[in-house]
Design a protein around this ligand. Structure first.
Ligand SMILES: Nc1nc2c(ncn2[C@@H]2O[C@H](COP(=O)(O)OP(=O)(O)OP(=O)(O)O)[C@@H](O)[C@H]2O)c(=O)[nH]1
Ligand SMILES: [Mg+2]
Length: 473
């Protein structure tokens, strides 16, 4: 966790500012997603430029977004960037997600706060691997079906109408593939760069205005769970010298006020929690009297030290009934290669990296009733995590390996935490050994130990999982 002074903190989205947050318009969390270099940051900057003329935004230059001082201060330049703007109708928090595959971890937490998505696709390239991956993640984090719009960017470089139409067809097909209404989803032809540079207004400024019109009039505001117990997952944690600890993220549900007594749960091996009091609340550097679901917040917590809170922890009110756990049942889908997944299956007792809300953890996978989950298949699984986490039924998760999303799923039943024996590495080895005997071969051989993929070289020839490796180096 980063230590910052109060002066530095004033530049972060954390309590310390003087202005008071006005709540006079409906609020929606949106963001730009899409393949690397397709123009997400340029479009984000162009939106602020167009809205700055009506005082709906502070104009943010491209460099400010991609290389912002607060990002530098945090030392997390690769993180998703948050900014705010407003139209006559709505107030928006906007997340600019980086497209580079390595940054998906940050995108997952950034996108976890996204309720509407602007999918940027360059007309020069068409849909690319991260276009697909971001679409999948948007589905995973529950971006509603009506809350997606395509901004086909860089049309200044593709003057030919036929080519544009081909790209549009391709995009619509991709949307359908991921369960979004590809046939009816608005596709806007534009150029973020032209909008930014004040050139060719018909594809520049006008296209951005069309986009804002879709956000205002087509995107729906999800139901805000105002009357439920508050829940807030920490995305970033800062310790402010002399004032305590600040956690930033989105309030999932309920109401938070200054003075509320809270408990921080999740992220520890033994399920220990810490208690504190909220001593300040802020959104975009303005003081918030009462935080509502969907708000992007900095929450200042009294008396907590650097070791008490981590990214992925969850803030709950004291007296809550939630029990964290490191064991959970889930329904898992393993992505096909054509969906951006891997060629290889997920094997029993293998260790995978699970992401949910703002947390991530190593997890060993026990598959119910199957030896492997092949790409394109789904299965019921039991996950044993390395730490005890905030998990609820219906909460979604993603499994990633290296720079790839290989599986997605939903938690179904929360199980009691692992016993000490179950956690013991020796008993894990025993389980693996028993599994090898049952299978009649060793999928946990030398290759597997390197965590590359299970080794089926000595498996029976008719093993379907082994077939997946045929013809591979
Ligand atoms: N010709 C043209 N170039 C554009 C347009 N929009 C963006 N670009 C250029 O495309 C390049 C990438 O733009 P970015 O906005 O950084 O793309 P990004 O999607 O944010 O990229 P990552 O954050 O790295 O994933 C830059 O050189 C932009 O100037 C456009 O409408 N027309
Ligand atoms: Mg960018």
């Amino acid at each position: 966790m980063q230590q910052v002074s109060l002066l530095q903190a004033r530049h972060l989205a954390v309590p310390g500012g003087k202005a008071v947050f006005k709540r006079d318009k409906p609020h929606l969390n949106v963001g730009t997603i899409g393949h690397v270099d397709h123009g997400k940051t340029t479009l984000t900057s162009a939106i602020t430029k167009v809205l700055a003329t009506s005082k709906g935004a502070k104009y943010r230059k491209y460099e400010d977004i991609d290389n912002a001082p607060e990002e530098k201060a945090r030392g997390i330049t690769i993180n998703a960037f948050h900014l705010e703007y407003e139209t006559a109708k709505r107030h928006y928090a906007h997340i600019d997600c980086p497209g580079h595959a390595d940054y998906i971890k940050n995108m997952i937490t950034g996108a976890a706060q996204m309720e509407g998505a602007i999918l940027v696709v360059a007309a020069t390239d068409g849909p690319m691997p991260q276009t697909k991956e971001h679409l999948l993640l948007a589905r995973q984090v529950g971006v509603p079906l009506e809350n997606i719009v395509v901004f086909m960017n860089k049309v200044d470089e593709v003057p030919d109408a036929e080519t544009r139409e081909l790209v549009e067809m391709d995009i619509r097909e991709q949307l359908n593939e991921f369960g979004y209404p590809g046939d009816t989803c608005p596709v806007i032809f534009g150029s973020a760069l032209c909008a930014l540079e004040g050139k060719q207004p018909e594809i520049g400024e006008e296209a951005v205005k069309q986009l804002l019109d879709v956000l205002d009039n087509k995107f729906v505001i999800p139901e805000r769970k105002v009357n439920e117990e508050p829940m807030f997952a920490a995305e970033h944690v800062y310790s402010i010298v002399g004032r305590g600890t600040v956690i930033t993220g989105k309030l999932e549900r309920g109401i938070l006020k200054r003075g509320d007594k809270i408990e921080i749960v999740g992220g520890t091996k033994d399920g220990t929690t810490v208690k504190s009091t909220i001593s300040g609340l802020e959104s975009f550097r303005k003081t918030v009297d009462q935080a509502e679901p969907g708000d992007q917040l900095g929450v200042l917590l009294r008396g907590l030290g650097p070791k008490d809170v981590r990214r992925g922890c969850v803030l709950l009110p004291q007296g809550h009934k939630h029990k964290v756990t490191d064991k959970v049942k889930a329904q898992l889908y393993v992505l096909k290669e054509s969906e951006g997944g891997a060629k290889t299956p997920i094997a029993n007792y293998f260790s995978e990296h699970v992401f949910s809300l703002t947390w991530d953890s190593g997890a060993s996978v026990k598959i119910v009733g199957k030896d492997f989950v092949m790409p394109g298949e789904s299965a019921e699984v039991e996950l044993s995590l390395n730490s005890q986490m905030f998990i609820e039924p219906q909460q979604r998760f993603t499994i990633r390996k290296g720079a790839k999303t290989i599986g997605t799923g939903v938690f179904t039943d929360v199980l009691p935490p692992l016993t000490n024996e179950e956690k013991d590495p020796k008993s894990k080895k025993k389980l693996m050994k028993a599994e090898m005997e049952r299978l009649g071969f060793n999928p946990y051989g030398e290759l597997a130990e390197k965590r590359l993929k299970p080794d089926f070289s000595n498996s029976p020839k008719d093993n379907p999982a082994a077939k997946a490796f045929e013809g591979q180096p």
